[in-house]
Design a protein around this ligand. Structure first.
Ligand SMILES: Nc1ncnc2c1ncn2[C@@H]1O[C@H](COP(=O)(O)OP(=O)(O)OP(=O)(O)O)[C@@H](O)[C@H]1O
Length: 498
């Protein structure tokens, strides 16, 4: 009771002093008290305000990084109160420490106590926010810088993976102000859902991962931080789906450049300048989008007439962009105005493209996509029919190894048509594979999904050393196969009395 009475009278004395003493003396006493506390306390305190400076206009990058870092912890935030928010049209829920609440973080055996301070400024009703950090004085010397570096790294990764990505297309209204129009990019293709040879998938994903981490490498060797991919192969083999999967894998925006809508080289340059870092710039059907004749007359005489038959509107209206303009776009001085960019060209006919455009250094990876192999088929069966195994798989594998060629688009179309009827879907695939053997002889369709080539491996079919035709072994195999098919169909006809 005596102690309580003394505390009570001390508090009374403080109240009297507060009213009697001038505010300057009170501030001085307070600062002495804080200094004394700092001296005897084993802890250090840091304040990280939302804005830098006196006028509070310049955002504090460290505050933003800490905010992202805490959001990245998601439901693991061990605060007593957490604010959960979801932006409109977004699937993601963000978690943040509620105002004036604390949470502990432990790293390398050291403890970091964070508090999220939010106070309302009386006159303006504005909120002043900051993060307070309490750590032991020992850890301040040993671990603080590395702890902040770690926060910055995690924040950047989280920002990349959670930001809403966009799909841009040039709107053809002149490229100098806003040459791009955009929509949210929500393509569902991923490397898991793509029906490719697993080796090809692994090769592409490791190349992309290495590229995304190669900032120091590119600056050391004095090259701009970009990489070129040429995807070529028949329609429906997954070129566009692969681009979407690459964008989802790297969390990049996609710029779909419609070259025929670009009026001249300077507009092309302006469009390039407007693209952001961490993006994939795509030119689909490059052979139909550009008139290669300005560069090489012989090339035009040799390639153009038959190779461009497939282009629907390319050659008639190719725009004013020239090959040299495009070469500058991919490789010239202007291509260095951003970083971490991937340029992808797609074509159905690699031979129809001027070699200069796809030489090493411009198109670093040449990926040929072809008919589905058995691995690709199994991925599609798993995705579309929920099947991991089936008695007809063996027959399908045999059909494919004996020359049956279907694109992933054709197989997936069959599976969509027969979804819910697994047996019929697979039977239909077998029939289509058998039929495709006949077309295979006519069309000279080549090897399966997944040939990665470097530009150094030569122009034409990557890897196999053949140029559009069949090797003699394949011809013999096909003829034997056709003969056996004819034999089996004539025997079944005779059985049916036809
Ligand atoms: N490798 C694949 N894995 C999974 N689905 C695929 C694959 N290839 C094609 N598809 C399916 O076929 C459809 C068409 O594929 P996509 O547009 O990617 O082919 P493409 O090679 O770009 O064709 P085009 O040359 O005509 O543009 C896709 O919507 C997808 O459903």
């Amino acid at each position: 009771m005596e102690i309580l009475a003394q505390i009570w009278s001390f508090l009374g004395l403080l109240t009297v002093l507060q009213n009697v003493l001038p505010s300057q003396i009170l501030t001085l006493i307070l600062s002495w008290y804080e200094s004394l506390q700092d001296l005897i306390s084993p802890y250090s305190y840091f304040e990280i305000p939302e804005f830098n400076g006196y006028c509070s206009v310049e955002p504090n990058e460290l505050y933003r990084q800490i905010q992202l870092y805490l959001q990245s912890l998601g439901t693991c935030l061990n605060s007593r109160r957490v604010t959960a928010t979801r932006a409109k049209n977004s699937r993601q829920i963000s978690f943040m420490v509620a105002p004036n609440q604390s949470f502990d973080d432990t790293w390398n055996g050291r403890k970091f106590l964070w508090t999220h301070h939010v106070e309302t400024v009386q006159e303006s009703l504005e909120e002043r926010r900051s993060f307070g950090l309490k750590i032991s004085k020992r850890d301040r010397e040993f671990g603080l810088n590395r702890y902040f570096e770690r926060i910055a790294k995690i924040a950047e990764e989280f920002e990349n993976s959670s930001r809403d990505r966009r799909l841009f297309t040039n709107n053809g209204h002149g490229g100098f102000e806003s040459g791009w129009a955009s929509v949210p990019f929500r393509h569902p293709a991923t490397f898991e859902t793509l029906a490719f040879d697993p080796k090809l998938k692994a090769e592409i994903t490791s190349d992309l991962t290495a590229f995304s981490k190669a900032r120091d490498f590119y600056s050391r060797v004095g090259r701009s931080w970009k990489r070129g991919y040429l995807l070529y192969g028949p329609p429906g083999t997954g070129k566009s789906s692969l681009i979407a999967a690459m964008a989802n894998f790297l969390h990049y925006d996609v710029y779909d450049l419609e070259l025929t809508k670009v009026s001249d080289n300077s507009e092309l340059r302006a469009l390039l300048i407007q693209t952001t870092n961490k993006s994939i710039i795509v030119i689909e059907d490059i052979d139909c989008s550009l008139d290669f004749s300005d560069r090489n007359l012989n090339f035009r005489r040799r390639k153009l007439p038959e190779n461009r038959k497939h282009c629907q509107n390319g050659p008639e209206n190719p725009g004013q962009v020239t090959l040299s303009g495009l070469l500058n776009f991919t490789d010239g001085l202007w291509s260095c105005c951003g970083e971490e960019r991937i340029i992808v060209f797609t074509t159905n006919y690699k031979d129809a493209i001027d070699v200069a455009l796809i030489r090493s250094g411009r198109m670093d990876m040449h990926i040929r996509l072809g008919p589905a192999g058995f691995d690709a088929f199994k991925t599609l069966a798993c995705n579309y029919l929920g099947l991991r195994d089936h008695r007809l798989f063996e027959i399908i594998e045999r059909e494919i190894s004996e020359g049956g060629r279907l694109t992933p688009a054709e197989i997936s179309e069959i599976m969509v048509r027969f979804k819910g009827d697994v047996d019929n879907a697979l039977r239909e695939v077998v029939t289509a594979l058998k039929e495709s053997v006949m077309e295979f002889v006519d069309e000279k369709t080549d090897s399966f999904q997944g040939v990665v080539g470097s530009p150094l491996k030569g122009f034409g079919m990557a890897g196999k050393g053949k140029k559009g035709g069949l090797t003699w072994q394949e011809k013999v195999r096909c003829l034997v196969r056709v003969k056996s098919l004819m034999r089996s169909s004539s025997s079944s006809s005779s059985k049916r009395g036809i």
